[in-house]
Design a protein. Sequence first.
Length: 105
Amino acid sequence: MIEVGGAATLTRSFGAIRVGGSVTLIGGLSGGATELNPALIFSRRANVQGISVGSTQMFEAMNRAIEFNAIKPVIDKVFAFAEAPEAYRHMASGAHFGKIVVRLG
């Protein structure tokens, strides 16, 4: 499970994972401080990992490197917006290699 909510949703995230599941913390939109009951982690035998995404300067440097080196993502399949349910099924199947695109326009 990817957790971006923070204090307001973290307890619910631990309640939503299976035993042995993972909660990956990537943000704290509702604030960072929380009173987390450690029993939630122990009872689910959960793996908890934090991810940081870097600074704005790092993001801009990455984008310059991508442009300079003409790096392009591998696109597996493109779906029209009306086909979004099919795109999700394709992703869930695990049969894809590369990105799945849902075109909005």
